[in-house]
Ligand binder design. Structure first.
Ligand SMILES: [Zn+2]
Length: 152
């Protein structure tokens, strides 16, 4: 999920945003860093059933409105493009991804990882899942418990 991947570029250990944006073909800007915090806040607020602050997301969407383009490739093909400069388009694409999540029932299922110090969000495939990644955070918790039990 693009919106979750976007928010998760900020971990407790590092900020992977520049690298992640490059992988998406999107330019880095201060505004993208700000948008990430706004998306995280909005997702967590909507997850809890409250009204998130949608003003910054709407501003990002308005900055590069989407329009459809017809082209010919042995038949008519419809594609969607966005107006505006490169950085406005990046903000609109990321706000659009957030919009898809916020308007979907999946937003109520978003969880914050219970791993110690972990801030990552995830949408569990299984409702009882507690960790962003059972192989890393889940395992860390199990190992810590094991040592706690076998200390004496
Ligand atoms: Zn985690």
């Amino acid at each position: 999920m693009l919106a979750i991947d976007f928010v998760n570029t900020l971990t407790s250990e590092e900020d992977r945003l520049p690298q992640w944006l490059a992988e998406q073909g999107l330019p880095w800007s201060e505004a993208v860093v700000e948008l990430r915090a706004q998306v995280r806040e909005a997702v967590l607020t909507a997850r809890d059933g409250a009204e998130p602050d949608l003003v910054p997301l709407n501003a990002a969407l308005r900055g590069a409105p989407a329009y459809e383009v017809l082209s010919w490739s042995g038949g008519v093909v419809v594609s969607r493009e966005r107006a505006g400069d490169e950085s406005a388009r990046a903000l609109a694409v990321l706000a659009g991804a957030a919009a898809d999540l916020l308007a979907s029932p999946a937003v109520r299922k978003v969880k914050t990882c219970e791993g110690p110090g972990c801030v990552l969000l995830f949408v569990p495939a299984h409702p009882r899942r507690r960790w962003c990644d059972p192989a890393t955070c889940g395992n860390r918790v199990r190992v810590a418990r094991y040592y706690q039990r076998h200390k004496d």
